[in-house]
Each structure stands twice: as C-alpha cells, then as structure tokens.
Design a protein around this ligand. Structure first.
Ligand code: ADP
Ligand code: ADP
Length: 226
C-alpha cells in the first residue's frame, strides 16, 4: 500500500523562515492529490520534503509503512517529474527513459522490456531513437513521465510539470496525465498554482496558503462550498 503520510510536518529554512506549519496530510493508495496555492505558499517545499530533497525540521513523514525523515531520495521509492523535464539532451529517448534503471544495475533485457512498455503506454515507440531536441514539447513531457513510470515507484511527485507548455497543449496533457495516473494506479502528489488544473485533475485538492493547509477535499466539495 503506497500511502504518503505527513504528520505535523514543519519546515524552517536555515535563514529562519518558517515555510511549512504543522502540515497534516494523508495521501491514500492510488490517490491523485493536487497541492495548490499561489507562488511562495510552500508547495515546492512540501513536495521536496516528500522527495527527500529538502530536510524536514519537524514532524514525521511516512511512505508506505516506512518513516522516511532521514531516508535518502534514492531509497524512498518515489519518482519525481520536474517542470523543466531535466532530460539529457545528448541521449536518445530510449536511454533517457532507461537511465535510472541502468544506474540501478537492472539487467539489460529487463530494462529493454520496461522501457518499451513505458514508451508504448506514452505513445513514444516511434521516437525511441530521437534526441529530446527533436521532439515536440508534449513529447518531451511524455519522456519525462516515462522516466518516472519505468521505475515503478510507490509514488509519483510532480512539480508544475505543465507550466512550460502552451495553453492548448497544457489542456491536452492534463487529461493525458490524469488518465495515465488512473491507468497505472500510482499514488500521486501533483503541485500546481493553477486552480483549474487542480480542480480538473485531482481526486482531492489540498489548498496551501502562507505555509498553512487551508482545506483538503474533493473538487466537487470545494466547488460546492468554497
Ligand atoms: P511555492 O512552491 O509555493 O512557490 P516554495 O516552497 O518555493 O513555494 O517557497 C515557499 C517559501 O519559502 C517562499 O517564501 C520562499 O521564498 C521560501 N524559500 C524557499 N526556499 C528557501 C530557502 N532555501 N531558504 C529560505 N527560504 C526559502
Ligand atoms: P519555485 O517557486 O518554482 O519552486 P523558486 O524560484 O521559488 O522556485 O526557487 C528556486 C530555488 O531557489 C529553489 O531551490 C528554492 O529553494 C530557492 N529559494 C527560493 N526562495 C529562496 C529564498 N528566499 N532564499 C533562499 N533560497 C530560495
């Protein structure tokens, strides 16, 4: 069961700034939870703490049954999709998708199987030999997703993955990501400042303001009782 549990999580940065206050949040197995709020409210900080990229200064974080406060990012069984995709420009799509598996010394045949399966799901099979520079924005976005999928993590973490796309593609990719998440059934925490994105994509939406959790509910309930 891949739940993600934040129990009274706090973040005080080294300069004394208190970015996250007593955050309680339980993301259910297979749930798509969107963390939304204006720029500077602490979304990235919260996500980076789940990923292990930022230290936790108070409270307890669990992924599955495991307390992960002091666990390295690579040992957390999560995969993160960044807003700038962070693709390797000189590697093919195939190698970009398979790179983490190669580092983890997964056998070649298994890498091949998993990369091809991910490419099939993401409709990238025809582009496996191309370099990121030869792809459209939407395709690059899918390669970034492929790198996450192929690791079969307990949870996906996405930080504004659509913010570099134009408006039309953004709407299309919202639907694609939501459908993909449901197909894979992987617990997902998705960060955005875009309220429409939050309301259309999430099973539940958590609203952050100035480092405090204001509300967490289904889009329907938030819409009925804002
Ligand atoms: P969001 O993702 O919602 O835009 P962030 O989590 O990036 O917000 O930032 C939340 C707050 O914490 C902001 O006021 C930001 O300036 C501050 N902050 C982020 N990183 C640091 C840091 N390394 N040191 C001090 N303050 C930081
Ligand atoms: P985003 O809002 O997209 O997360 P930011 O522009 O807020 O990005 O932050 C970019 C980087 O700068 C992050 O690594 C963040 O931790 C750091 N940062 C943001 N605000 C501050 C701050 N006030 N002091 C120090 N570092 C900061």
């Amino acid at each position: 069961m891949a739940t993600v549990e934040l129990d009274s999580i706090n973040k005080v940065y080294d300069n004394g700034f208190h970015a996250i206050h007593d955050l309680d949040l339980e993301i259910q197995d297979k749930e798509f939870l969107v963390l939304v709020g204006p720029s500077g409210c602490g979304k990235s900080t919260a996500l980076r703490m789940i990923a292990g990229l930022e230290s936790i200064t108070g409270g307890e974080m669990k992924i599955g049954e495991k307390v992960v406060n002091d666990v390295e990012p690579k040992d957390r069984d999560i995969a993160m999709v960044f807003q700038n995709y962070a693709l390797y420009p000189h590697m093919s799509v195939y190698d970009n998708i398979g790179f983490a598996l190669k580092l983890a010394k997964v056998p070649k045949e298994e890498i091949d199987q998993r990369v091809r399966k991910a490419a099939e799901i993401l409709e990238l099979t025809a582009n496996l030999d191309r370099k990121p520079g030869q792809l459209s924005g939407g395709q690059r976005q899918r390669v970034a997703m492929g790198r996450a999928i192929v690791r079969q993590p307990a949870a996906f973490l996405m930080d504004e993955p659509l913010s570099n796309l134009d408006a039309k593609l953004r709407v299309q990719m919202r639907a694609e990501i939501a459908a993909l998440q449901r197909e894979l059934g992987v617990t997902t925490v998705y960060v955005t400042h875009d309220q429409i994105e939050a309301m259309t994509m999430g099973d539940r939406v958590a609203v952050l303001k100035d480092g405090y959790l204001q509300q967490v509910d289904t889009p329907q309930n938030l819409y009925d009782r804002p």
